[in-house]
Design a protein around this ligand. Structure first.
Ligand SMILES: [Zn+2]
Length: 292
């Protein structure tokens, strides 16, 4: 069998892999945008293959590594922004929501109870996301504020018998001195929430095995990449790629699935709300996804 690009002999297994990766790499434009604007250098198809990961998984992993120095914890931000009280208040709301869900489902929720909890928690997630916008750090005046919240299931332990995990976050765009400047690297509310699961930093974040919902509250604006404007702000290209391809969360990891829901609401018009499964995010921007 001959690889039609290089003319070299390849075994059928490799050829199939190249084909799959080729589909994913078809969006050369995306790779260029990534390299120029986000500092992530994805070399060639061959190098992506060499890493042993498919192209998109490799790209998402490299981007996560590249962005790590540009992230800032909620605690640090709360102190810098004089919002320590707001942080405490939201942490209290998180505990209230978790207690409410536990009281109704107990420590081992059935599939029906999980569906109930997902419905029940939507408004609470949007409220948390709305207030979490206080923790944005962004150079614009006023800042471009995006708040996020997440409902997930975690393994119960002796210390904490509550299977419900709830968290909130907000976007940042800070430089390597952690100053909010136009030269900063953006990191989204949704990314911070995914970080909690993929790279937990405290005991309360460990053991999350299923993300059910994200809530996102922001002012709608055209998508950085597709240019499409929806009635609410839905996840950007970086987020939607990670939601489908992060090897720590998706696929065999099974934590974030194509059914995970994204509940979004406009700050300008709170009646503008939508619920989209991860499976639909790329399509909403004229993109397609490759799923094995
Ligand atoms: Zn994003």
């Amino acid at each position: 069998m001959t690889d039609n690009k290089t003319g070299e002999q390849t075994d059928p297994g490799i050829a199939k892999k190249v084909e799959v990766v080729d589909n994913r790499v078809a969006n050369v434009e995306l790779a260029n945008v990534m390299e120029q604007e986000q500092g992530v250098k994805i070399e060639t198809l061959a190098q992506a293959l060499e890493s042993g990961r498919p192209y998109m998984e490799d790209m998402v992993t490299k981007r996560n590594e590249f962005k790590r120095p540009y992230r800032e914890s909620l605690q640090e931000r709360a102190e810098k922004l004089g919002e320590v009280e707001t942080l405490r208040e939201l942490q209290k709301q998180v505990e209230d929501l978790r207690a409410l869900l536990l009281a109704r489902t107990g420590p081992n929720p059935t599939p029906e109870q999980i569906m109930w909890a997902q419905n029940e928690a939507r408004e609470g997630l949007l409220k948390l996301a709305h207030v979490a916008r206080a923790f944005t750090r962004h150079h614009r005046v006023p800042p471009f504020r995006v708040g996020g919240a997440m409902l997930a299931l975690r393994k119960v332990s002796e210390e904490d018998g509550n299977p419900w995990a709830v968290a909130f976050a907000a976007n940042t765009k800070v430089d390597d001195n952690h100053d909010a400047t136009p030269k900063g690297e953006k990191w989204c509310a949704e990314q911070y929430l995914m970080d909690l699961v993929a790279e937990p930093t405290s005991p309360s974040e460990t053991g999350i095995y299923k993300i059910l919902s994200f809530g996102v509250v922001a002012e709608p604006r055209s998508d950085d990449k597709s240019g499409k404007l929806h009635e609410t702000l839905t996840p950007c290209a970086i987020c939607r790629d990670r939601m489908v391809y992060d090897p720590k969360l998706t696929g065999q990891a099974g934590i974030l699935s194509l059914e995970t829901e994204i509940v979004t609401q406009s700050v300008e018009d709170p009646a503008a709300k939508r619920i989209d499964p991860v499976a639909h995010l790329h399509g909403m921007h004229g993109e397609s996804i490759e799923v094995d």
